[in-house]
Design a protein. Structure first.
Length: 408
């Protein structure tokens, strides 16, 4: 029988009681130390856990785990009143974008992406940096460049949120919400049409699924970063821009895919990283990027009777406990706990908020221990301390906005 999670990847919950004052202090500490660590030449140092052996030298630049994400988070937390006023370093974003382009021009990135090489990505490339430039210092030239980049990404074969149209659709949607301009609605709808056309029936699965062409191979991923859940999320967020019949059809197909790919057990419900990719005895991941928490976070707003699936996934995430990898969003304790915030938002049941806050206190301990061990913070949004700070703010607010997905 398949193990729904691997206990070695998780930790016992510390059991520290929720303390909003301590959470605010942790946010302030993270932001202050991040501000102090910035240098114009080095931006922010790469964390050892974010380094790859063949990475080109120099700082990372992206929304995902680079300087753009740090600037986005510093700006967001200051706008929200979560931290004391201070610099976001947004004036350095043009330089960050130039460095990003040089990074993607490197042989290492070209080799990794193969025929799918591009520089337009929402979480790793131009789109996320341009959007952050617009958010922090609006200008028509930046908007024009962003519109061109989003349009070019409409038919990207990655068909997932990190690289493909689903991610850049979120930027178009945010700009439409902010301006009401048809230019952005049209870009969003173009992406939606491309996604709908590529959401195809798979006989062996018994449901519709997207097939990603990514990093030189093809696969059917299920999670919110690289697969089905992220694509469905992008369409769910902009369902008011779709035709009613179009959305009704997509919604029912999403439910079927979610149901047929769910793996049930005594401790709850989980999903594999991709279809048909694991031996039956392999323990499943329980992370935002792959597994139950991310499926809840991406699909909790789906207006369909899927509560049994979502609640089962939440129970599994709670049973598994905090992730040993650390406090981060993508594959850490804060990311998993976002699922609890989403379930609180969907059900109104305060137990889910309490569980999110229990994980939050554990994540603070993880972050502080890692910072003490290395002598510095992990300066990134999706993989580091800035993402944790954003999550802690959501716990204080009792809201459920995931950075660069729900709130842009």
């Amino acid at each position: 029988m398949t193990a729904l999670f691997d206990p070695e990847r998780h930790q016992p919950l510390a059991g520290t009681a929720w303390d909003a004052t301590a959470a605010r202090a942790a946010i302030e500490r993270i932001v202050q130390e991040t501000r102090e660590a910035f240098t114009p030449d080095g931006l922010w140092p790469i964390h050892p856990n974010d380094e790859e052996a063949d990475d080109p030298p120099g700082p990372q630049t992206s929304l995902y785990f680079g300087a753009a994400g740090v600037i986005w988070a510093l700006d967001h937390l200051a706008r929200e009143g979560a931290v004391s006023p201070g610099p976001s370093f947004a004036e350095h974003l043009p330089d960050v974008q130039s460095r990003s382009r040089r990074l993607f021009e490197s042989e290492a990135w070209r080799r990794m992406l193969g025929s799918g090489w591009q520089t337009r990505s929402w979480l790793l490339g131009d789109s996320g940096i341009l959007f952050t430039r617009w958010k922090t210092a609006p200008s028509e030239p930046v908007l024009s460049a962003l519109a061109d980049t989003l349009a070019e990404n409409t038919e990207d074969p990655a068909l997932e949120l990190m690289w493909g149209a689903p991610g850049t659709m979120l930027a178009a949607l945010a700009l439409y919400r902010a301006s009401g301009s048809a230019r952005w609605a049209d870009l969003y709808r173009a992406g939606a049409r491309a996604l709908e056309a590529s959401f195809q029936w798979d006989e062996s699965l018994g449901a519709d699924i997207w097939t990603q062409t990514l990093y030189g191979s093809r696969a059917q991923y299920l999670g919110p970063v690289h697969g089905f859940a992220g694509n469905a999320f992008a369409l769910l967020q902009g369902r008011d821009l779709l035709e009613p019949g179009q959305w009704a059809s997509l919604s029912s197909r999403f439910v079927r895919t979610l149901e047929v790919t769910a793996i049930r057990g005594a401790q709850g419900i989980n999903w594999a990283p991709r279809t048909g990719a694991r031996p039956p005895e392999a323990p499943l991941l329980v992370q935002h990027c792959h597994g139950a928490p991310g499926m809840v976070t991406a699909l909790s707003a789906l207006e369909a009777p899927i509560d049994e699936l979502l609640l089962g996934a939440g129970e599994l995430t709670w049973a598994a406990g905090p992730l040993a990898k650390g406090a981060n969003l993508c594959h850490g304790t804060a990311g998993n706990a976002h699922a609890f915030l989403k379930l609180f938002q969907r059900t109104g049941d305060g137990e889910w908020l309490e569980r999110a806050r229990c994980f939050a206190m554990h994540a603070i301990l993880q972050s502080e221990a890692e910072a003490a061990q290395l002598g510095r913070r992990r300066y990134s949004l999706w993989t580091g301390d800035l993402g944790l700070a954003c999550f802690l703010w959501e716990c204080i607010r009792a809201s459920a906005r995931f950075p660069t997905m729900d709130v842009l």
